[in-house]
Write a protein that binds this ligand. Structure first.
Ligand code: NAD
Length: 508
């Protein structure tokens, strides 16, 4: 076993259910984690069964009654210490992210840095969480609103950001006074074990009630239990649109709250007024970073007809420079896909694109031979396509880039918006008028719209998420914290009278 794995408290077989530092035994199935880097088994966890799930819910409910009355800045102090603990563990945790998920080492460290950044953000927030005051229409009355904790926040996360997404949710939820139950992706269970170890130690040192941080491992059925559970007022789910529709329906049916962060189909418009150096860099990073497995990956380039051939040539040249291989080796740009199912989806998408009339100018394919034994390394590829192709409308979680041509800016925006998803979008232009059109109410319909930077690489300070089939949720910065609290309007009468609404009078 690698050193970094041991440093994070991971064993051969790990209990998959935990309430703080208290690891529970469970009769759930065994989930084995394989590294996409080399196909080798890393370690295994036991999934939650119904009994351990119930134990977790009970402890979380109990912890909430205490945690919700801790002053928010004191909760912030705990999150500050978690940020310090993450700084101390940045290296091994980043290495684990890279090894278990397959993203490059720099991206693994970058993901842990995002966790540290959201801790810092949440610490400041702990002294804010402010409501408004309003002027009452009644004499001698005061009216204001305040924000209270919600209760248990259930977090369902995807494999591609195996630790950051959890931290975006938990750090805010904790300063807001909520308690969290996390179900990580069954493809990256060890990242969950590592985070729970780091956090639970900080909690134990500070006498935080154990149930404030809980971990339940398992597949989709565990997510389904949470989605149907009225004891979980908020379910924050990150993953595919298919999953989000199921979670949204189950939570909605019981009138609970869901926060959905789902698939994207992100495009960059490259105008004839673009700085092409910036445009090509942005497109390349967006399309091949994390081997095309970011929700914000650039999947479509919408290119002005006058520069289409130039952009095409530059992209083909840039793709020739890419080195594909072990993500722990920092000289490689592109690592593996998460598993062989993902490779099948990639191959299927290439075939479908060809069937619909697409023409590949950079061919795809699966790499074989020394260093590629795991079977998960694929070539990033580029196809010339049409906006209406079914495959272009669909998010394939792999490095396939579609080139589309436009002649007017109105047409480019219509193509950009003409997909079911609405996460991230960008325009490359030095023309102020078209940049503003793109950002206006008549422009991009996405949750994220950028000018002269690509579609991926969002900062934690902004609210993150998207519209339409992306689910409508917003996480991380800005006022996303409001998702984790309930708003209460308070009216206080400090007069000697009780004026009734609508001027109604009782002769008493
Ligand atoms: P996935 O939908 O297969 O799984 C995500 C999580 O949902 C897992 O923990 C899984 O066990 C759980 N799950 C699956 N079906 C469920 C159900 N019916 N009820 C409850 N839980 C269920 O997604 P994935 O392959 O892990 O991740 C890739 C997808 O995630 C892509 O579509 C990507 O765009 C999306 N994603 C979105 C964001 C965002 O912020 N918008 C971020 C990361 C990933």
């Amino acid at each position: 076993m690698h050193n970094f794995i041991q440093q994070l408290g991971i064993k051969e077989l790990n209990p998959g259910v935990s309430i703080g530092l208290n690891w529970l035994s469970s009769a759930g199935e065994k989930i084995t984690s394989y590294s996409p880097v080399n196909g080798k088994e890393i370690a295994a966890v036991t999934a939650a069964d119904k009994a351990s799930y119930e134990a977790v819910i009970a402890k979380a409910q109990q912890a909430f009654t205490e945690w919700r009355i801790w002053p928010a800045p004191k909760r912030g102090e705990i999150v500050r210490q978690i940020g310090e603990a993450l700084r101390a563990k940045k290296e091994p945790l980043g290495q684990l992210v890279s090894y278990e998920m397959g993203k490059s080492l720099q991206e693994g460290y970058g993901e842990v840095q995002e966790m540290i950044d959201i801790c810092d953000f949440a610490v400041g927030l702990a002294r804010q969480l402010h409501g408004l005051t309003m002027h009452s229409e009644r004499p001698g009355h005061r009216m204001y609103e305040q924000w209270h904790p919600l209760g248990i926040v259930g977090i369902i996360s995807a494999f591609n950001f195996p630790v950051a997404v959890w931290s975006w949710n938990t750090m805010l939820a904790w300063v807001c006074g909520d308690v969290c139950i996390w179900k990580p992706s069954e493809k990256t269970p060890l990242c969950g074990i590592a985070c729970q170890h780091i956090v639970a130690e900080v909690f134990a040192k500070n006498n935080v009630p154990e149930g404030v941080s809980c971990l339940i491992q398992g597949g989709r059925e565990i997510g389904e239990w949470m989605s149907h559970d009225t004891r979980v007022p908020l379910v924050s789910a990150t993953g595919s649109t298919r999953m989000g529709k199921a979670v949204g329906a189950a939570v909605g049916e019981r009138l609970g709250r869901s926060l959905l962060e789902l698939g994207g189909n992100n495009a960059i418009i490259i105008s004839e007024h673009a700085d092409l150096n910036i445009a090509i860099r942005g497109a390349l990073f967006g399309a091949v970073g994390t081997a095309g497995q970011r929700c914000t990956t650039t999947r479509r380039l919408i290119i002005h007809e006058s520069i289409y051939d130039t952009v095409k040539e530059k992209l083909v040249a840039a793709y020739k420079q890419l080195s594909i291989g072990d993500p722990l080796n920092e000289s490689n740009h592109v690592g593996p896909l998460i598993d062989t199912d993902a490779v099948k989806n990639y191959l299927h998408a290439i075939e479908q694109c060809k069937t619909e009339g697409g023409h590949f100018i950079v061919e795809g394919g699966v790499l074989e031979g020394a260093g590629y034994e795991g079977g998960c390394y694929v070539k990033p590829c580029i196809a010339e396509a049409k906006p209406a192709y079914k495959i272009v409308q669909h998010e394939t979680f792999a490095p396939i880039l579609y080139l589309l041509k436009y002649s007017t800016i109105a047409e480019a925006v219509a193509i950009q918006n003409g997909v079911p998803q609405g996460l991230s979008s960008s325009i490359m232009t030095l023309n102020l008028r078209e940049a503003e059109q793109f950002l206006s109410a008549g422009g991009s319909d996405c949750g994220i719209a950028n000018v002269n930077i690509g579609t991926s690489g969002a900062e934690i300070g902004g609210a993150f998420g998207g519209e339409k089939e992306t689910g409508g949720g917003r996480e991380s910065g800005s006022d996303a914290w409001k998702n984790y609290m309930r708003r209460q309007t308070n009216t206080i009468n400090y007069s000697n009278n009780l004026p009734l609404a609508q001027g109604i009078k009782f002769d008493l």
